[in-house]
Design a protein. Structure first.
Length: 270
């Protein structure tokens, strides 16, 4: 029996075990709801079928991740540690990685593409996306690529001082542009960032639907050694954000329970 067949056999046995879901501690903290298209969420898998390398995007000098600055601007949890997953992210990490890389049925397109979004601004999607990205690095065999896809409020591009650099918008309109040219590496092995890019407000829109589709398909099919995480704008306010959400395999809705109604959430996930 080949290694792949053996891994698939172990996977099927593991999927029979129920997943344990942790309860949120505070109603004021951002909570998350994951929706996966076409596969069931919540199964555990310890034996990865693929063991990719994380070095292909590591070109050029790395930047220093200013952790103190991120904390001061409210984008990074003060208790963040590069050595382990936080309690809040452990369950989310397990589910996302299982659906992205550990399934024997890999027919769902874009399951290594994950969108972090909200129903309205100010819910904390950027905070969750960044903290999840950084806390997942030491616990992953794959590279983590965080992408700023919020043209109305490109907060991550601003914080990483990358507003004027090539990014997502340039990848959309230049199909031959190498992702490695726009991906920024840091002194955190395996973590990469793609800024918003030039003319983002114009390009990341429904008028470029075909181009966006083509790019996301490319990332999904050719970038299987990476998990691509999109920090998106509110789906209820931005047609482009809705477009990206619909073409990624997994979606994390971030919300503050005290501020988001059931009606607003139900409308957003339709």
């Amino acid at each position: 029996m080949s290694k792949v067949q053996d891994a698939i056999k172990k996977l099927r046995k593991e999927e029979e075990k129920p997943a344990k879901v942790s309860e949120p501690k505070s109603s004021d903290a951002p909570s998350t709801a994951a929706k996966n298209r076409g596969t069931e969420i919540g199964k555990v898998e310890q034996n990865r079928i693929i063991t990719p390398t994380r070095s292909q995007l590591a070109r050029g000098p790395s930047r220093q991740l200013d952790q103190t600055n991120l904390v001061n601007h409210g984008l990074l949890d003060p208790s963040f540690s590069r050595n382990s997953l936080t309690v809040n992210h452990r369950e989310m990490h397990r589910r996302i990685m299982a659906d992205a890389f550990c399934r024997s049925n890999s027919s769902v397109q874009g399951n290594n593409l994950v969108t972090f979004c909200t129903t309205s601004s100010g819910q904390g999607a950027t905070f969750v996306a960044l903290n999840f990205s950084l806390s997942s690095i030491r616990n992953s065999d794959v590279g983590i690529v965080l992408i700023d896809s919020n043209p109305r409020n490109p907060k991550l591009s601003q914080m990483f001082e990358a507003e004027s650099e090539l990014g997502l918008a340039d990848l959309i309109v230049q199909p031959d542009l190498d992702v490695a040219r726009v991906a920024i590496s840091f002194d955190v092995p395996g973590f990469f960032f793609i800024p918003i890019g030039h003319n983002a407000a114009k390009i990341i829109s429904t008028s470029y639907k075909a181009e966006i589709d083509k790019l996301l398909n490319k990332l999904s099919s050719e970038g299987r050694e990476y998990l691509f995480l999109f920090d998106s704008g509110p789906v209820s306010e931005d047609g482009a954000s809705t477009l990206i959400v619909r073409h990624t395999g997994q979606c994390i809705f971030v919300m503050k329970d005290s501020e988001t109604s059931e009606k607003a959430f139900a409308a957003a996930i339709k």
